[in-house]
Design a protein around this ligand. Structure first.
Ligand code: UD1
Length: 364
């Protein structure tokens, strides 16, 4: 039995690593395919080392491009891989272009597909990820959800209950593992900055960083925030490119309390976040990690596909930037009273439930 595991972009690696390890434990062969959607050393390679992952068995090297060209290139290359092997299952995770591209190819070839992190919905079809989620869920055979709101969303879309299984949050498996590993190391890049308490900022969504007016407002707000608490900002390449294009990068770089870093590896990032006082982000995964760590998270978006991080976690949506400073003040006051949260099945044991469900689906 050969299982194909697909990774493409940064948020995929920490979801596939524990699943691959679990298959290995059970003596089941996997073929790890990297589409190459992300390709920089610090957006991709470093994660394989940090997550103790095997190197990709196949690399499709597709690189960046428009949505259509990137998705199309992945499809063309992945079809060749599927034709060469006899996969019992293709496993895709999350909501990036690699996720839908590989799902579409596999299903057209009649191969079973499992979608891990199924059922999440922001109900905002302007997000490319929402389109990827809806399409992937509508054709995958096995839909494994991280939280019960995912089951509800899928049922509301008319998906048969037999295709849906609540398994929990796979990212938390990697988070717990990394926290254990960084305990005895000095991998927190903030330690060298001598700044004491700090806020971590990550921003990369097109809705935040592609529009000049929005970027200008964001920069003003980050400068204002840095007067209250130092900021560490590992910067995504898209964000850096746009800040340069709008001639705003130097405004941040000139602030003594804003520390701009290159994108970080997984262990460094987990250390950095684990030691932080506050997070300002538009990431999906970070909303979940901060909930698990008990750190206040201000998410610069109008909606979230992860509502459990608000109802049971430490996340708050900031849809209007003019309210950010009030929320920063509030979060800085309250942060000491926050505790790590553990929504059901965010327990570090999700990989086991995923592999059980996949085997049952193949054999069933
Ligand atoms: C993608 C995902 C997004 C995820 C994010 C995490 C889609 C539609 N979006 O967005 O859901 O949250 O990854 O980072 O799949 N670039 C580099 N080096 C790289 C990769 C990208 O310089 O290794 C630059 C290129 O200029 C590229 C741009 O970043 O054009 C955007 O990359 P892309 O993969 O298209 O989307 P992300 O914004 O990273």
């Amino acid at each position: 039995m050969l299982i194909c595991l697909v990774v493409g972009a940064r948020p995929n690696f920490m979801k596939i690593a524990p699943i691959d390890r679990e298959f290995k434990k059970r003596g089941i062969d996997t073929l790890l395919v990297h589409t190459g959607q992300h390709y920089d050393e610090n957006m991709s390679d470093v994660f394989f080392h940090d997550l103790n992952m095997k190197s990709p068995d196949v690399h499709l090297n597709v690189g960046s491009g428009t949505h259509a060209s990137q998705t199309a290139r992945i499809m063309i290359e992945f079809e060749k891989v599927c034709n060469k092997h006899d996969f019992a299952m293709v496993v895709v995770v999350g909501d990036v272009n690699s996720t839908i591209a590989c799902t579409l190819v596999a299903k057209k070839l009649g191969i079973l597909v499992t979608h891990v992190e199924a059922g999440l919905r922001s109900f905002d079809r302007e997000m490319p990820e929402e389109i990827n989620r809806i399409l992937t869920d509508s054709i995958s055979d096995l839909l494994l959800t991280p939280s019960l709101d995912g089951n509800e969303n899928l049922k509301n879309e008319g998906v048969l209950e037999s295709r849906i299984k609540f398994v929990g949050n796979i990212m938390i498996d990697s988070l717990y593992d990394a926290l254990e590993r960084v305990k005895s190391t000095n991998s927190n890049p903030a330690n060298n900055l001598g700044i004491g308490r700090y806020c971590v900022v990550t921003l990369h969504r097109p809705s935040n960083v592609d529009d000049e007016e929005k970027v200008t407002l964001l920069v003003e707000n980050l400068i204002e925030t840095s007067r209250k608490i130092p900021i560490v900002f590992p910067m995504h390449p898209r964000t850096k490119n746009n800040l340069e294009k709008f001639d705003k990068l130097h405004l941040l770089e000139n602030q003594p309390s804003i520390h701009i870093l290159e994108p970080l590896g997984y262990l460094e990032f987990v250390s950095l976040v684990g030691g932080s006082t506050l997070i300002i982000t538009d990431s999906g995964g970070l909303q979940e990690e901060t909930t698990s760590l008990g750190i206040p998270c201000l998410t610069l978006r109008e909606n979230t596909e992860r509502p459990i991080t608000i109802t049971e976690g430490t996340n708050r949506l900031i849809s209007d930037l003019s309210t950010l400073q009030i929320s920063v003040d509030d979060a800085l006051q309250k942060q000491d009273s926050l505790e790590p949260r553990k929504p059901k099945f965010w327990d570090g044991k999700t990989a086991k439930r995923i592999v059980d469900a996949i085997i049952e689906c193949i054999e069933g």
